[in-house]
Design a protein around this ligand. Structure first.
Ligand code: KG4
Ligand code: ZN
Length: 364
């Protein structure tokens, strides 16, 4: 099945063309073409994403990326390689587009673009939940044979959520952040340290420098809500604690900066570990999925690999680094999951951008 997938929920414009076949637990996913234009450089000077600026860029980028995808799909006929693809719009079965959650002005650009294409090419559209995209990005892994039920920890710039996945399309939110998302905390702390946006990878690099020196960190930050008897999170207090610490320290050298980054990362990830451990103890599942931009974090990956050793019957799935941050491939994969259930297709109703769209169970 050929799916053209479009993602514009935040600051990445992305279009991919995928050829996906086979069982939903272990699909055979071929990337015919994959394009992405990041607006990071543009938003960097503001220290965050400006919705109307993002919208303007998406509108400019979408036709450029589509041309690129169609050219690649046509040229990808294996010069020097096995002749695999020579696709035109005629061959596309579905157009998938992110309907939410995200920045509404940004979401609308993708939706409008997808609807125009669908009309022009007479193709059905599948509206996709961005967070479902993050979850099913793990299916891209070679030799996946996904066992459900699962617990998913979703960690991105807008979300920190524990989800019980009872089956494909059956989701129950177990807990979520009450204020800032963990990725947002990384970005804000990075800004306090004078590091460019997006801060996650920057903090991670600094923290690793400190860890490699093998010194016990003197700075310690609180682990908000770690002892609460629920699976919710809170990151705004941790962010404030870092702010106060930096005020107290005054001018700092690069070693101290790295130590602050490390102490923050330790605290932020400890809470994720503790809450996920509780979720795994209280839910009978076969898989732990971790997805979203922050799942690319090195310390997080190492620590969760350690944690899962305490649960020998549970398999840990984290997306390949290519798919941790926003992309269109994951939107195409989630659309494929939906097609296997007949979900979200065929009604051809106008799609609305839904900025606060929640993961919810599909009613059969
Ligand atoms: O999933 P994503 O690309 O976009 C949203 O849906 O929000 O996540 C972006 C977030 C940003 O906050 C970014 O700083 C964070 O993921 N991030 C990281 C790392 N790479 C990206 N945070 C910590 N460590 C990383 N290596
Ligand atoms: Zn995302």
């Amino acid at each position: 099945m050929k799916i053209l997938a479009i993602e514009t929920s935040c600051d990445e414009t992305a279009i991919a063309l995928l050829d996906i076949n086979g069982p939903v637990e272990s699909p055979d996913i071929k990337i015919v073409a994959n394009t992405l234009l990041s607006q990071i450089a543009l938003h960097e000077k503001y220290g965050g994403v400006y919705p109307n600026l993002a919208k303007r860029e998406h509108i400019k980028n979408l036709p450029i990326l589509l041309d690129k995808v169609l050219l690649e799909a046509r040229l990808n006929d294996g010069v020097g390689q096995a002749r695999t693809y020579n696709l035109t719009p005629n061959d596309i079965d579905y157009i998938a587009v992110t309907e939410g959650p995200g920045l509404e002005p940004a979401l609308w650009t993708g939706i409008t673009f997808a609807e125009e294409l669908a009309r022009k090419w007479s193709k059905p559209i599948i509206p996709v939940n961005h967070m479902e995209g993050h979850i099913w990005s793990i299916l891209y892994e070679a030799h996946t044979n996904l066992q459900l039920p699962a617990v998913a920890l979703l960690v991105s710039g807008g979300h920190t959520e524990l989800v019980h996945i009872k089956d494909f399309g059956k989701y129950e939110i177990l807990g979520r952040t009450r204020d800032d998302a963990v990725g947002e905390a990384f970005d804000k702390v990075a800004r306090m340290l004078g590091l460019p946006y997006p801060g996650g990878p920057q903090i991670s690099t600094l923290a690793e420098i400190c860890r490699s020196k093998n010194q016990e960190s003197i700075i310690k930050f609180p682990r908000p809500m770690i002892h609460s008897d629920n699976l919710n999170f809170s990151y705004s207090g941790l962010k404030t604690a870092v702010l106060y610490k930096l005020k107290e320290l005054g001018e700092i050298d690069s070693d101290t900066k790295a130590e602050v980054a490390r102490a923050f990362e330790d605290a932020a990830i400890d809470v994720l570990l503790s809450k996920t451990r509780t979720a795994l103890k209280t839910h009978e599942v076969q898989t732990l999925i971790i997805a979203g931009g922050v799942s690319g974090n090195k310390h997080l990956r190492n620590e969760f690999e350690n944690l899962i050793k305490d649960f020998p019957s549970i398999e840990l799935k984290i997306p390949s680094p290519l798919l941790t941050t926003d992309n269109a491939i994951m939107i195409g994969i989630a659309a494929y999951v939906m097609t296997t259930q007949g979900r979200g297709i065929g009604d051809n109703k106008p799609i609305q951008a839904r900025g606060n769209l929640e993961l919810s169970s599909w009613a059969t």
